[in-house]
Design a protein around this ligand. Structure first.
Ligand code: DP6
Length: 352
């Protein structure tokens, strides 16, 4: 059948496929300076800036197709209907997109995650970044990368950073008394970070792929409200960001790693001091932290970071990734995945 080039071009420009739907792909990101704590839960505005590396593994693919006449959104996650909170978050996000687009149609949403969901491996970052890109296209919202980052932020804060590839910083955006909701929303988005000669690897120790006992959303709220250490961490995180940006600019892996490790361990300290305490670290997480220390003593620059789960990610030189993987695998008897810098979120044009 001859391809209608004009039609195809029009669809590409519009970002939608023949059936009015759109499919997007996004990758998770791992923060080197963490986001932990919201000053506005509804707008998802953080207390501090954060900085991350988007990965080239574990992509999420999400399709959004409008379903005129339907009375509810239909959301499937890895082929099964999305349950409870996961489904509610997707519908709340689509409500926001519909409001902005001035449209009312419900949607059929299909998501396939290649990363274990809810295990502290940033599935909500790739998930909401892909949903932002696909739903904006399906509902005809024309947004640039900054606008998509703001939109993704409303689904999950860390998703704002997965719109961009490589390294990205998410601006908290300042509050003043006269700020309107629109001004606050406009000020908080991610943007790419200039990086010198640095192409690190991130060795991911998959210690536990099960869903976490306490969601990061709840853990974050509890930490801000009850941890006496939170304010100190947030303040030191501001210095960490300045030092991190400088180190990235100079391609200084040792400083990038040291700052990332102390920022992550500080974040876990704030949680341990929350009431009741939130503890994501497992005995095996500590074993991997010991392994990282040993690698450094042996002259291998390797640095750990941990998110809202027990899995440890080890930043190192590309050329050391095999040695680091072997050491982690031997110490923790766990599967290991090696990631590098990956691409930003994009519309999938392959199956139009
Ligand atoms: C520990 O972005 O999942 O991974 O905004 O409530 O959806 P919500 O939180 P989320 O939190 C991520 C926290 C973190 C650190 C980080 O990615 O910066």
């Amino acid at each position: 059948m001859p391809v209608d080039v004009q039609l195809l071009d029009a669809q590409l420009l519009d970002g939608r496929s023949r059936d009015g739907g759109a499919t997007a792909v996004a990758h998770p990101n791992i923060a080197l300076v963490k986001y932990w704590g919201k000053r506005d839960a509804r707008l998802v505005l953080p207390y501090t800036d954060s900085l991350s590396m988007t990965l080239d593994v574990f992509p999420t693919t999400t399709s959004v197709r409008l379903s005129p006449g339907a009375t509810a959104d239909e959301v499937t996650l890895n082929g099964a209907p999305a349950q409870g909170e996961a489904g509610r978050r997707v519908t709340a996000f689509l409500d926001l997109v519909r409001e902005r687009a001035g449209r009312a149609e419900r949607a059929v949403v299909g998501t396939s995650n290649t990363v274990p969901t809810g295990a502290g491996l940033a599935s909500s970052a790739s998930g909401f970044a892909a949903l932002a890109v696909a739903s904006a296209a399906a509902y005809g919202l024309r947004l640039d990368a900054t606008g998509l980052s703001r939109l993704a932020r409303r689904g999950s804060g860390s998703a704002s950073r997965s719109i961009f590839g490589g390294f990205a910083v998410w601006r908290a955006g300042a509050n003043t008394d006269r700020d309107t909701e629109t001004a606050l929303d406009l000020a908080s988005h991610a943007e790419p970070v200039a990086v010198g000669d640095l192409t690190p690897a991130l060795v991911i120790a998959l210690l536990d792929a099960g869903p976490k006992a306490v969601s990061s959303r709840e853990a974050m709220r509890r930490t801000v409200e009850t941890s006496p250490l939170y304010r100190a961490w947030a303040e030191s995180s501001r210095d960490d960001l300045v030092e991190m940006r400088e180190a990235l600019r100079h391609g200084d892996l040792a400083t990038v790693g040291e700052v990332a490790e102390r920022n992550a361990l500080g974040m876990h300290a704030t949680m341990l001091a929350a009431r009741p305490a939130v503890r994501y670290l497992s005995p095996t997480s500590l074993t991997v932290l010991d392994t990282v220390l040993r690698l450094r003593r042996d002259g291998v620059p390797a640095y750990a970071t941990i998110d809202a789960g027990p899995n440890v990610k080890v930043l190192c030189r590309r050329s050391d990734a095999d040695q680091v993987s072997e050491a982690v695998r031997a110490a923790a008897s766990c599967p290991v995945v090696v990631a590098h810098c990956g691409p930003g979120a994009c519309l999938h044009t392959g199956n139009r």
